[in-house]
Design a binder for this molecule. Sequence first.
Ligand SMILES: Nc1nc2c(ncn2[C@@H]2O[C@H](COP(=O)(O)OP(=O)(O)OP(=O)(O)O)[C@@H](O)[C@H]2O)c(=O)[nH]1
Ligand SMILES: [Zn+2]
Length: 355
Amino acid sequence: MTETPTSLDRLGWSDAFASAWHELGEPGEPARVTRLDRGWSTAARSLEQALGTAEPVRLRNIGADVAVGDWIIPSDDGERVEHVLERTSAFTRRASFDGMRAVSHTLAANIDVVFLVHALGSPPSPRRLERELVLAFDSGAEPVVILTKTDLVDDPEPARAALAEVALGVPVLLASGISGEGIDAVRSYADGNRTLAFLGASGVGKSTLVNGLVGSELLATSAVRDGDQRGRHTTVAAELVALDGEGWVIDTPGVRAVSLWLSGDGIERAFADVFDLMDGCRFRDCKHDQEPGCAVQAAIASGDLDPVRLDALEKLIEEEAALEEEQRAREKAADRRVGGKTRPPEASEYDGMRD
Ligand SMILES: Nc1nc2c(ncn2[C@@H]2O[C@H](COP(=O)(O)OP(=O)(O)OP(=O)(O)O)[C@@H](O)[C@H]2O)c(=O)[nH]1
Ligand SMILES: [Zn+2]
């Protein structure tokens, strides 16, 4: 394989992207998308370009589904995105139904760690965390729970225990964006120039945590808009932000409020305990209701499984089935309209995550 510049490593280039690029025959010069504007990608091949202190790469997205965090290859004429390298993870959400066609839309790509942020000082919300875990597992990123605002309570343990119960092997960190407690542990997840994202309800303290991670100097420089000779670009609120030292944060309203969009085995992983129990049911088609020999009902009876958790799982499975049905209908409609013009959905068209 061709040597790639070490400046790409600082941007999060890894063996996975090197081999994806190699598969394509190593065309062009890979660059990472730091910002998306209507129809345009801003990309970087160096830290300076990512910070906006050097002229970044600017490309049209014609026909390419590009997301912040993507590694892309420009066309030979340097005008547009020619390839999007295979992603290691992707956050997608349902696009609004636009004319005859609507599909999932990628909000952010190649996130290594997604922090699911919950706040102390208000009651823990394990049901919400379950949904976030499904989403995180589906994305391909590694989930980590942060219980923030530790400065607000004397004893974070009851809330931590309530969330740990559904977090199944996922670390639960304690932190405070105000006192700075736990920030170094959060930061350590960016070691190796990894890319972080923060997901969670409004007001839980995501921005405050991000501000604690991003050096003020870097934040200031990345906020500087470069002089743009190619016309007006409205920022669609999506940015790859450099951490002080190593690593990146993708901090966009879209990722923060991403709604449930299921694609992979997120439900199976987030509810692994319940699925394990189901394997022990006497009947393979057990509905886990009144059937004899139901291991799930037995676990509920013995207090090993919270019935609320089974309810939550059933609701998610129903929701997934409805989403899949809807998606199939849309795909059928799209098939009937070959060559139809579509436009990418706009940020304002997304609906927020339901609690
Ligand atoms: N006491 C305390 N307050 C905090 C902490 N972190 C955030 N806050 C406060 O909580 C409020 C919301 O914090 P944000 O960081 O804006 O929350 P957010 O999750 O980014 O909210 P959205 O932007 O709506 O998604 C602000 O008033 C913060 O000052 C913390 O660790 N301790
Ligand atoms: Zn059963």
